[in-house]
Design a binder for this molecule. Structure first.
Ligand SMILES: Nc1nc2c(ncn2[C@@H]2O[C@H](COP(=O)(O)OP(=O)(O)OP(=O)(O)O)[C@@H](O)[C@H]2O)c(=O)[nH]1
Ligand SMILES: [Mg+2]
Length: 315
């Protein structure tokens, strides 16, 4: 793409033009290390920071996509500009059904004027790839009021969304059994807001009580995470849910501690990725030099010395 066109694209993003936004996301998604992708982010960075970034996370099948469909319909109904980023699992566990879900969700969201984009989770160390950060920046600069990010409900990506999102909505429900225990043991502290979905099903009230009791025993911070029960088939409880999301949004926009942590995490990811891409060719070349490997096999050198040799030659 020639430079002039890129300038037009950047202007298009800032003007909120959907085609420009869509095109720019393709560029950051497909050409992560390219000059174009970086230029876009550099140029729009000053226009970011206004949107409220909400992560929706929770175990597979708990109703995250259904909830995002409801939330975005309701929010855009009140005149807010809503964007949705869904991250597809590369994990085999939640394969299959995902595509179908996505198509269903896309249909209903498009009808409500919601901008929706699916990205692949490429399994970069940490789970969420750099392109997701850039995608969120593009959506932010384009004038979104709220950006909702759905993560695969499987482990690491849930933890990564903490760094990306300002508000983490942890979706739980009845009948999770062991999963609730695992969640309580590890990631209870990451939720800013707990939603018990499927309140129409037996066991939902017990699940809600369980979470409330666990939270009551957790160390108290400045923000006390609320627990909201909803039925996503009827939208019961959604007014409360939206009120709590907005309340937390106001809270985080005032917290410079949180912003500090987020920007440091992002910078770290950017440096990691830049280093890796900068020296990618050299590392590939080194690893495809058979002699280097044979030297190890024959004990002429050891892995640390070999790696040090390469690294010293890079700088
Ligand atoms: N009974 C009941 N079913 C629900 C509710 N919310 C969602 N479901 C159903 O639960 C199933 C899974 O919903 P999804 O929204 O795809 O769940 P998800 O968390 O996005 O799933 P993954 O993306 O695969 O992790 C669907 O069949 C929904 O119709 C609810 O409040 N009550
Ligand atoms: Mg889903």
């Amino acid at each position: 793409m020639i430079l002039l066109k890129l300038d037009e694209l950047i202007q298009g993003i800032i003007n909120g033009d959907r085609r420009s936004v869509s095109r720019a996301i393709s560029i950051v998604e497909n050409e992560q290390v390219s000059i174009n992708a970086k230029k876009i982010v550099k140029e729009i960075f000053a226009n970011t920071g206004r949107a409220h970034i909400v992560g929706i996370t929770g175990p597979p099948g708990i109703g995250k996509s259904t909830m995002i469909g409801n939330l975005s319909a309701m929010l855009s109904g009140t005149g807010r500009k809503v964007s949705v980023v869904a991250i597809d699992a590369s994990s085999p566990f939640s394969g299959g059904s995902l595509l179908g879900n996505r198509i269903r969700m896309q249909d209903s969201l498009t009808r409500h004027g919601v901008f929706m984009r699916s990205l692949a989770n490429r399994g970069l160390k940490g789970g969420l790839s750099r392109s997701i950060w850039d995608t969120v920046k593009i959506l932010d600069a384009s004038g979104s009021d709220i950006i909702i990010v759905e993560t695969v409900g499987a482990g690491q990506a849930d933890l990564d969304v903490v760094n990306l999102a300002e508000t983490i909505v942890m979706v739980l429900g009845p009948g999770l059994g062991d999963e609730i225990q695992a969640i309580k043991a590890g990631i209870m502290e990451i939720g800013n807001l707990f939603v018990i979905n499927k309140m129409d099903l037996p066991g939902a009230f017990i699940a809600q009580k369980d979470i409330e009791e666990t939270l009551a025993m957790s160390p108290k911070g400045v923000w006390k995470p609320p627990v909201v029960g909803v039925n996503s088939l009827t939208r019961e409880g959604y007014e409360d849910l939206i009120r709590e999301i907005d309340r937390h949004g106001k809270f985080v926009k005032k917290s410079s501690d949180l912003a500090f942590r987020k920007f440091r995490a992002e910078l770290e990811i950017t440096i990691d990725e830049e280093l890796r891409s900068r020296f990618y060719e050299e590392i590939r070349a080194f690893l495809s030099d058979n002699e280097k490997i044979r030297n190890l096999m024959e004990k002429k050198t050891d892995p640390y010395s070999a790696a040090e040799n390469l690294i010293n030659s890079l700088a």
